[in-house]
Design a protein around this ligand. Structure first.
Ligand SMILES: [Zn+2]
Length: 110
């Protein structure tokens, strides 16, 4: 069986999320990493466009210049988290499978 989250902690001072998994692993995710890894179609296309034209400068809106924060994380079904960021973005579904690939292991089996 694939590991599932058993614990979710928001480390506000570190701008990070800590997830404990059913196999004993703990992984730490920074807000910025989660925002950058948003798997929704819009963000995927933006990342693809940025790769295709690396010299193109993107003009950031004032909202985008704010430090990224996770406002809310809620379970979507029993396979993913929907993350709401402080820029209002919440269309990305972070599946458990994806979350096991992101972040860094801070405790437990790697
Ligand atoms: Zn997105």
């Amino acid at each position: 069986m694939d590991p599932t989250p058993t614990e979710l902690k928001k480390l506000t001072e570190e701008n990070a999320i800590l997830i404990g998994w059913s196999d004993g692993q703990q992984r730490r995710y920074t807000f910025a990493e989660l925002r950058k890894s948003c798997p929704c179609v819009t963000c995927r296309n933006e990342r693809k466009a940025a790769q295709a034209e690396p010299m193109k400068l993107t003009v950031l809106s004032p909202v985008e210049l704010q430090p990224v924060k996770v406002e809310r994380m809620s379970l979507a079904g029993n396979y993913a988290y929907r993350i709401t960021f402080n820029d209002g973005h919440n269309t990305g579904l972070f599946t458990f499978e994806l979350l096991r690939k992101l972040g860094t292991v801070v405790d437990g089996p790697s």
